[in-house]
Unconditional design. Structure first.
Length: 627
């Protein structure tokens, strides 16, 4: 529609769509055969000779002079927005000049101001109004080269058929048209291009032209305005043209809130550190736990310590699941109440089991196990409520165990550091639970307690696997493996968040189930491989740092990596709700290693294979990742 007559809409900041101009009052139409009233004609200026046609355009030269029109027979007033024929005055009082051969005649500009003085009159033409054309050649002469029909006005069809005979060119010295010329000296800008630029964001994101039509109609753009301004029949035709002109640029879907799956790397590493720092307490308490004889080929005091730890893992894992369930329901007070009643009960249960399993001469170890159970209860409260920094501060006194690797510390100092760390942990946990105590009991019922039992069993099975990795030969040789597995829980947690986030991204961006399976499988392999790499590095580092620890053999490293695979895949299945399967596999593997210690690598390998199959069957389905 370049060069067409259009009404430029005003630019407003309220809407990206152009405004709709009000229709102008049209003068009453005159009959074609009725002559308009006579108007005074100013003194006729001297006529000028029209210049010859430019070279290369063809056609006969324009006449040298022009004849004046009859003063009493001026042309009728044209309709609003219509172009006046050559040789007749326009609505502004000017005479429309004739274009050279091969070019469309320029269109007049509408103006609401007073009429300008008329220029030299054109020779009298035929009585019927016709669209002007290039100069008509003389009879018998060939048609001029490059002659074209005039351009069509916006919303009106171009004239069909040959130009009327007898047309005469307009005066060469006609005054200029009212209004500024088009930018750049060329044709006027296409209003459809301007509209496409204004609506670029809406049009590029549309998936069907009907969306664009809805936007146009919702802004009040009528079909009459569309026909007048853009030369299209209605909003649907205009929408189809806009849809074809603008390239599709569909925006990426916004990432949903990660919610409980959001995990920063530093936060996960801090959790792994607070998981491992309690191990320094065993270094401080080693001289206090010394006894003459042990049982089951283990050092003295090992049995009550392990019994209390396993009981704490079982209880606190189930308790944390129940508290997290309350947090998921948006009731933090109920979660605090669950921890307030469950944490002391777990501490008492762990202490009781440690005292019952203690043998002769293992009373100091049983007392230490009771303090260990109290710490596990306090740590569960702080970790569930998101107080990792408070727990880290409470464990700082255990840093005094670092000099104990090289120098012998007094027993009083060792006991003081242990009691200070335990007291700080309990104090921070009590402060975190205080809001639940002030608000009292709630009236509604909570989630069933039986739903937390599988999580407790998973904690028991995974804890037994870690203990078997530590006491396979001796505590000294297995210390590096236990420390590495404990420290690796921080990176393992972050990789779980990473897998979940990548799976949600693939769920939004991929379109077929086959592509999703491939992407999720690749992400699973990368995350598991990353965790095993971290576990291997931590094992070698802990072995080098632990005094007197022998270098791990290849079979022990393979067994450790298999146990790490079982733990990470079990945590992944637990996170996706398949905790009963993970707990069953871990318990069977731990039982097999306990009954037949030599079958450790085989049991760990079989458990890892079963969990890998379960993970592949469950997590490659898109429905498993939907909230």
């Amino acid at each position: 529609m370049s060069g067409s007559l259009w009404l430029k809409p005003p630019t407003t900041g309220a809407s990206p769509l152009p405004g709709i101009p009000r229709p102008r009052r049209r003068p009453p139409a005159a009959h074609l055969d009725e002559a308009p009233p006579a108007r005074p004609v100013p003194a006729e200026p001297p006529t000028a000779t029209a210049p010859s046609a430019p070279a290369g355009r063809g056609g006969a030269p324009a006449p040298a002079d022009t004849a004046g029109a009859d003063a009493g027979a001026s042309p009728r007033a044209p309709r609003a927005g219509a172009a006046a024929p050559a040789g007749h005055p326009t609505s502004t009082g000017t005479t429309r000049p004739e274009a050279p051969a091969g070019q469309a005649a320029p269109l007049p500009q509408d103006s609401a101001g007073p009429p300008t003085p008329a220029g030299p009159r054109a020779p009298a033409g035929p009585s019927v109004i016709a669209v002007p054309s290039a100069p008509t050649p003389q009879a018998g002469a060939p048609a001029p080269a490059g002659a074209t029909r005039p351009a069509a006005v916006a919303g009106r069809p171009a004239p069909i058929g040959p130009p009327p005979a007898g047309g005469e060119p307009a005066a060469a010295d006609a005054p200029p048209l009212a209004g500024p010329p088009p930018a750049g000296g060329g044709l006027a800008a296409d209003p459809l291009d301007e509209l496409a630029a204004r609506l670029d964001g809406f049009v590029a994101a549309a998936v069907h032209p009907d969306e664009i039509a809805a936007i146009l109609e919702s802004d009040g753009m009528t079909d009459e305005h569309i026909r007048l301004t853009y030369g299209r029949a209605d909003s649907f035709s205009l929408a189809e043209d806009l849809y074809a002109r603008v390239e599709r640029r569909h925006p990426e879907p916004s990432a949903p809130s990660a919610g409980v799956w959001h995990g920063e790397l530093w936060g996960c590493l801090l959790r792994g550190l607070v998981f491992a720092l309690p191990g320094l307490a065993y270094v401080l308490a080693a001289p206090l736990l010394a006894a003459e004889h042990g049982r089951f080929g283990l050092p003295a005091g090992t049995v009550p310590l392990l019994a209390g730890a396993v009981t704490g893992w079982l209880w606190n894992q189930a308790l944390s699941h129940r508290a997290y369930t309350w947090l998921g329901l948006g009731d933090r007070t109920a979660a605090a109440r669950a921890l307030l009643t469950g944490a002391p009960a777990g501490a008492l249960a762990g202490a009781a089991v440690a005292l019952v399993t203690a043998g002769p001469g293992e009373t100091p170890a049983a007392v230490f196990a009771a303090g260990q159970s109290l710490y596990l209860a306090a740590a569960t409260v702080l970790l569930v409520l998101g107080r990792e920094r408070a727990l880290f501060c409470a464990l700082l006194p255990l840093a005094g165990a670092v000099p104990a690797f090289r120098w012998d510390l007094p027993d009083a100092l060792r006991a003081g550091l242990l009691l200070a760390s335990l007291a700080a942990s309990v104090a921070f946990a009590a402060a975190a639970l205080r809001p639940g105590v002030r608000r009292g009991a709630a009236g509604r019922g909570g989630p069933p307690r039986a739903a937390s039992l599988p999580y407790g069993l998973f904690g028991l099975g995974s804890g037994l696997l870690v203990l078997r990795a530590g006491v396979a030969d001796t505590l000294v040789s297995g210390a590096g493996a236990v420390i590495a597995l404990t420290l690796s829980m921080g990176p393992a947690e972050w990789l779980l968040h990473r897998f979940r986030g990548e799976s949600l991204t693939r769920l939004r961006t991929l379109t077929t189930a086959r592509e999703f399976r491939r992407a999720v499988t690749g992400t699973l392999v990368l995350c598991l491989g990353g965790y095993l790499t971290v576990l291997l590095a931590l094992t070698l580092g802990a072995t080098l740092a632990w005094p007197g620890a022998p270098w791990p053999t290849l079979p022990r490293l393979v067994t450790l990596l298999l146990i790490g695979t079982v733990l990470w895949l079990g945590l992944l299945l637990q996170a996706f709700g398949a905790v009963l399967s993970a707990a069953t596999v871990c318990l069977f593997a731990a039982a097999a290693q306990t009954v037949q210690p030599a079958a450790g690598p085989v049991a760990a390998g079989g458990a890892a294979a079963v969990l890998a199959v379960l993970t592949s069957a469950l997590l490659v389905r898109p429905t498993a990742h939907r909230a």
